[in-house]
Design a protein around this ligand. Structure first.
Ligand code: LLP
Length: 439
């Protein structure tokens, strides 16, 4: 029906399953396929191991921190990348030991660091000189020796992606700039303070369809590690080249395969390290590429309206029962998606017509602009949006006081489990406080 990428690896629901899920849990509904998610992780692990022996993959839990998915990622052999105390609490609740997590953040709070230390965090990725001094103030002698510190570096590469998810360039709030000497000063300061400096990290951006920036980020942090050995005799035990591998939101997106990608990045690192005696564990922390394509969002069509349009002559709006609050990505990043009808009320025709899918929020709330849908789409039909397993559930809000959707997990045996329930009305009111004089 809709033209697909050459090798369409994205999970999609069949009509029978979609109808069953909608009946069981209502819509809008996030759905994640367990088999697909496990296979994505296995492929990535295999690809990385094949390219580099001493490799380690951390699941960037910000992409989807639903408890069950974090648990599955850990079960499959990933450590967990957390970017806040909240994400760390989720990982711990999923049964992941603190020493199998590492903590990111450009402005970590004392309480956040203390909580991580109390839970024997695997390593802390330090992001600023202020954080180094903060750590100096709170690390006990024992923690100073045992806590691994990794420095996040800004390698100064500009990736080809949306400006809002680009982080590797020099003008970034993240990490220590290599070119201006900050990274070297940070490393020296850690050594001077007796920190257990474990190695270096960079993450240059997200949804990268062109991997050149990651290749060059890997090369630059490896070269930096060599420089630190030559100048200060410091030998890095760990290098992490971040996440960022892109996925196929639409048929136009052609991300690089995991095997090819791992080979490319590893080659850049290996070339820089050759003959230097530095033999680090090499880490990656993918989020989107592990979980995005394993998930879909199921909506029910509520209103279909055709209006005059200056640009198009006529525009057909299809209003679904979700929107900006369950998928802010079109509004934030201009993201495009593949939208398909899954369960027609009546027999479907093959004829397609461009329609604009909008949400039910009190603003323009255009989700998917002029996207091909069956010409006989009807109120009550179910539509699925592919590739919503990353940065949808984790970025959902309660705007307009809509309950955030539930997430269902399709199990390996064909059954399904609710892994996150819809917000309840009680929950929504639970945070509200009416001062006595207003009561
Ligand atoms: N490591 C670090 C330090 C990161 O900042 C990120 C993503 C990742 C790993 C995982 O990157 P991935 O493999 O998922 O590309 N909300 C945006 C994405 C923000 C990404 C932030 N950092 C979106 O919806 O596109």
């Amino acid at each position: 029906m809709i033209s697909a990428p050459i090798l369409d690896t994205r999970f999609r629901l069949t009509e029978t399953v979609a109808l069953d899920l909608a009946k069981s849990y209502g819509t809008p509904l996030y759905v994640v396929d367990e088999k697909h998610f496990r296979e994505r992780i296995r492929t990535y692990l295999t690809a990385f191991r094949a390219a580099y022996d001493r490799s380690e993959i951390s699941f960037a839990s910000k992409a989807n921190s639903t408890l069950a998915l974090v648990k599955i990622a850990y079960e499959e052999g990933c450590t967990i990348d957390v970017a806040s105390e909240g994400e760390l609490r989720i990982a711990l609740a999923a049964g992941v030991p603190g020493n199998k997590c590492h903590l990111h953040g450009n402005n970590k709070q004392v309480e956040e660091l203390q909580f991580a230390l109390d839970n024997s965090i695997g390593h802390i990725v330090a992001d600023s000189f202020d954080e180094i001094e903060l750590l100096d103030g709170i690390l006990s002698n024992e923690q100073r020796a045992s806590t691994k510190i990794v420095l996040r570096l800004a390698p100064g590469v500009d990736p080809v992606t949306h400006a809002k998810i680009s982080t590797g360039q020099a003008d970034t709030k993240f990490g220590f700039n290599i070119a201006d000497g900050s990274a070297e000063r940070a490393a020296q300061r850690c050594l001077e303070l007796g920190f257990n400096l474990y190695g270096f990290h960079c993450h240059v951006g997200s949804q990268l369809l062109d991997p050149e920036a990651q290749r060059s980020g890997g090369e630059l942090i490896a070269k930096f590690a060599v420089d630190m050995k030559d100048k200060h005799g410091y030998i890095a035990q760990y290098l992490n080249v971040g996440g960022g591998l892109g996925v196929a939101y639409t048929s136009g997106d052609q991300p690089m395969g995991m095997h090819e990608y791992c080979r490319l990045v590893v080659q850049a690192v290996n070339t820089a390290l050759e003959g230097t005696g530095i033999d680090p564990i090499l880490g990656q922390e993918p989020g989107r590429s592990l979980t995005a394509e394993s998930g879909v969002t199921l909506y029910r069509v509520g209103v279909i309206k055709t209006v005059p349009s200056k640009a198009l002559g006529q525009r057909t709006y299809v209003a679904v029962d979700g929107g900006l609050s369950d998928n802010p990505r079109p509004a934030l990043y201009g993201s495009k998606y593949t939208v398909e009808r899954v369960a027609p009320e009546t027999q479907s025709s093959d004829e397609l017509k461009n329609m604009t899918v909008s949400g039910k929020h009190c603003e323009t709330d255009k989700l998917f602009d002029e996207t091909p849908l069956p010409a006989d789409l009807k109120v009550g039909d179910l539509i699925q949006v592919l590739c919503t397993g990353a940065y949808n559930s984790s970025m959902a809000s309660n705007y307009n006081r809509y309950p955030r959707p539930a997430t269902a997990l399709l199990r390996l045996d064909g059954s399904h489990s609710l892994i996150q329930r819809r917000d309840s009305w009680d929950e929504m009111l639970a945070r509200e406080i009416l001062p006595e004089d207003l009561a």
